[in-house]
Design a protein around this ligand. Structure first.
Ligand code: AMP
Length: 540
């Protein structure tokens, strides 16, 4: 007979992270770039006190457990306070990607039943445009002091965050409830159909945050300085705002300054050791470092995820700047990191080219997540590094359903990711493409990710994107978009020649379109749907 263990059953709650941080690492620093420019500094203890004041203020506005609070905000200290105050008091923190189409913004705010919406001054024009169509929102709170309040026309219930906080008490008793209670909500960026909501539980957030502190993932401790570039408005900044406080690491929040110069400045001034973001930001940072002929003196490790890490970028970061690149994979539906590639002791001894090639793969699943790839019939494919199929995941922080959606997305207990991948004998997973981004040309499958990775290895290429475009003879052909590096020239023939020597003939694009920039969404990913809409007919 199974015997119950005799251990206390304490719930895993977000509020416990904050109070742990305030009590154990009260003097640890949070540094935050304000939306209007200057840098703000305070301690974990001060952050906790202000989060309690916000919790009191939200109750004062009539909100109760279960109420949803939306946010459209940068990575900054007020957003951090909201993360803890809202979830900690049993409400749902609904982070919203400002780059969603206004119609989708209105849809998610209404669908989530947001009763209060927190926003940064940057987004005041956006708010002015949508407020009238969000009748359920009782108060629009600008994350600002009174001196920097923007003018937002046509909103009656506009409040100033600092004015709301100042009369509130910093004593607040965080309620205790079941750890399976909803803590946060994030909608997919849905390029087709309505966005779908992933509703994270306290348990899933806390377990993920503890996991990513591990040495082989973010490697956080009181000695580290973490700069999350990945936005707090999408997938909880990969749970890094929770992880930093669990570990006692100094937390540096970049606000709206996400360009190479802004990031370099913050990294150097605050002695950042670990950072996390999408490849687009690393490209921007590397370009700035190259232009200025400067280096980074303290950054040791970066976690890159959200889209594939190209070989050339991994090589530059490692060889030229001495930074260890760890490549992770996850999605809105997986709370944050689900797989991660960090080199093991044997791999560290390999020649540089082999190490960089390994890093382009998305890695092993972290403890708490299981992965497999399946064929069209749902049968599990061998872990041979070659067999490709749809990636399926399950685990403690993987969605079991979508918010207010009756149909289950699961297939026999696994979540189908829509990504095509292979897994090798060591458990290392490699994403080949999104199902919808794979290109079928002349009966063969071509990976857009593989082509992009080769194209960005050309010294004159800053960014590259590949989409499949309908073709009368070949069914589909790859179409390549290139953004040249500043001051560099590059002709179609040169890049085609470059690709011809590196990929199969069938994969070499016939057409190359040079652009000044690629359409990039709020999460830093290239919006291939926009490219398809504009260029989908070039071969007709
Ligand atoms: P989102 O839900 O917006 O965060 O997007 C999740 C999707 O981004 C995944 O299903 C993948 O298609 C893609 N993605 C995330 N991380 C990676 C990665 N490391 N390499 C390639 N694609 C990735």
């Amino acid at each position: 007979m199974l015997q119950p263990g005799l251990m206390m059953d304490r719930p895993l709650l977000v509020s416990a992270i904050l109070e742990h941080a305030a009590a154990q690492f009260g003097a640890a620093q949070i540094v935050s770039r304000e939306t209007h420019g200057p840098v703000f500094r305070y301690t974990y203890a001060e952050c906790a006190a202000r989060a309690r004041r916000l919790a009191n203020a939200l109750h004062g506005l009539g909100l109760a457990t279960g109420s949803a609070v939306g946010s459209i905000a940068w990575n900054n200290h007020r957003h951090l306070e909201a993360y803890y105050a809202v979830s900690g008091s049993g409400m749902v923190m609904h982070t919203i990607n400002p780059r969603l189409h206004p119609e989708q913004l209105i849809y998610v705010i209404n669908h989530a039943d947001d009763r209060v919406l927190l926003f940064d001054a940057t987004f005041a024009p956006l708010i002015a445009g949508i407020a009238a169509l969000c009748p359920g929102v009782e108060a629009w709170i600008c994350l600002s002091d009174s001196a920097h309040m923007p003018e937002v026309r046509g909103i009656g219930n506009l409040l100033c965050y600092e004015e709301l906080l100042s009369p509130s008490s910093e004593q607040f008793e965080w309620p205790e409830f079941d750890e399976r209670t909803a803590a946060a909500l994030c909608y997919t960026s849905g390029t087709t159909g309505d966005p779908k909501g992933s509703l994270y539980s306290h348990r899933s957030l806390v377990l993920n945050a503890i996991t990513i502190c591990m040495p082989g993932i973010l490697g956080l401790s009181q000695r580290e300085v973490l700069l999350p570039i990945v936005p707090m408005f999408h997938v909880n900044a990969w749970c890094s705002p929770y992880a930093a406080l669990i570990a006692g690491a100094k937390l540096v929040l970049p606000g709206p300054r996400l360009d190479g110069a802004g990031l370099h400045d913050m990294m150097e001034t605050e002695s950042v050791t670990v950072s996390a973001g999408v490849p687009t930001v690393w490209f921007g940072l590397v370009q700035y470092l190259e232009q200025q002929q400067i280096k980074l003196s303290s950054v040791r490790v970066i976690i890159s995820g959200g889209s594939a890490m190209p070989y050339a970028l991994a090589a530059t970061l490692s060889d030229r700047y001495g930074i260890e690149v760890r490549h992770g994979w996850g999605m809105t539906e997986t709370t944050a990191v689900a797989t991660l590639n960090a080199l093991d002791a044997e791999q560290m001894k390999l020649p540089a080219e082999e190490r960089h090639a390994i890093v382009t793969k998305q890695g092993r699943s972290v403890f708490g997540v299981d992965i497999k790839v399946v064929d069209d019939r749902g049968d599990t494919l061998p872990r041979d590094g070659k067999s490709q199929g749809e990636l399926m995941v399950r685990g403690h922080w993987i969605v079991s359903g979508y918010f207010k959606c009756a149909t289950s997305p699961l297939s026999a207990g696994w979540f189908p990711t829509g990504d095509i991948a292979s897994i090798d004998a060591h458990g290392v997973m490699q994403i080949k493409d999104r199902v919808k981004d794979l290109i079928k040309t002349g009966g063969e499958w071509v990976s857009s990710i593989d082509l992009e990775n080769v194209a960005v290895a050309h010294p004159a290429v800053a960014f590259a994107a590949v989409i499949g475009v309908k073709h009368p003879k070949w069914q589909e052909r790859p179409l390549l978009f290139i953004v040249r590096k500043q001051g560099r020239t590059l002709q179609r023939e040169e890049i085609v020649e470059f690709l011809s020597t590196r990929v199969a003939r069938l994969c070499v694009p016939d057409e190359v379109i040079f652009l000044d920039s690629l359409p990039v969404g709020g999460t830093g990913k290239v919006q291939k749907a926009v490219l398809r809409e504009q260029y989908g007919d070039v071969f007709k």
